[in-house]
Design a protein around this ligand. Structure first.
Ligand SMILES: Nc1ncnc2c1ncn2[C@@H]1O[C@H](COP(=O)(O)OP(=O)(O)OP(=O)(O)O)[C@@H](O)[C@H]1O
Ligand SMILES: NC(=O)c1ccc[n+]([C@@H]2O[C@H](CO)[C@@H](O)[C@H]2O)c1
Length: 199
């Protein structure tokens, strides 16, 4: 969901989890000229067709193939003296985006799913203070963003289970603590079984 706090939470999680990295769906939007326009003149940004999902998948596959080299290639491989050898071998990929569970090939790869949600008025207010490229034209939130959110969410609920719905009205710290403690349990489990990857 747009402006619910995905990027904020993902970057805080990344800072807290050793050997983690973030892939953000927003980095894969097609260029403006390739995005469809509806009969009201609204660019159709809030649909999977507006995204290079094939490119995002290639990046995820690169990480899967060799997460250690992937981190090095992103300039992220760090050695923290307090990290145990077992933890050095656990890699966590954080994929954040507003349409990640709606894309089946990606959804199938995900181990833990979190969905941040906020009410209509808060979403509209937060969105109003953001400037995208291109900027939202007048009426875009009610004419495109919100109706597509409702449609995409319905589609997701019809096809995906195992989602932990979180209120984006909670403080950034509470959200981080909740998700971190949940993921930390899985990291512990992976460390004890010698498995290495979590996404
Ligand atoms: N828990 C929170 N409480 C209050 N405000 C928050 C919280 N998390 C994020 N914000 C604020 O909400 C706005 C949107 O946050 P963020 O960019 O993390 O959302 P997003 O879901 O990644 O948005 P989008 O993907 O639509 O660009 C920012 O101004 C951010 O500071
Ligand atoms: N990042 C972009 O290129 C872009 C351009 C236009 C609109 N958006 C909006 O980003 C949100 C997802 O984070 C969607 O609601 C898009 O409308 C992004």
């Amino acid at each position: 969901m747009t402006n619910a706090g995905k990027s904020t939470l993902s970057s805080s999680l990344h800072l807290r989890i050793p050997n983690s990295c973030v892939i953000a769906q927003d980095d894969f939007f097609k260029e403006d000229s390739l995005v469809a326009v509806d009969s009201n003149g609204f660019k159709q940004y809030d649909v999977l067709d507006a995204l290079h999902m094939d490119r995002l998948m290639r990046k995820v596959e690169l990480w899967q193939k060799d997460p250690g080299s992937f981190l090095v290639s992103q300039g992220l491989r760090t050695h923290c003296p307090s990290t145990s050898e077992a933890q050095e071998n656990v890699f966590v990929l954080i994929v954040e985006g507003f349409l990640i569970f709606n894309y089946r090939p990606l959804n199938e790869l995900i181990d833990k799913r979190y969905f941040l949600e906020i009410p209509y008025d808060i979403c509209k207010e937060r969105r109003g203070s953001r400037i995208y490229i291109p900027p939202d034209p007048p009426g875009y939130f009610d004419g495109h963003v919100w109706p597509m959110y409702l449609k995409n969410r319905q589609e997701m609920e019809n096809t995906v289970s195992d989602i932990d719905y979180l209120s984006g009205l909670k403080s950034k710290e509470d959200l981080l603590d909740h998700v971190y403690s949940d993921v930390a349990k899985d990291i512990q489990r992976l460390m004890s079984t010698g498995t290495t990857e979590l996404s």
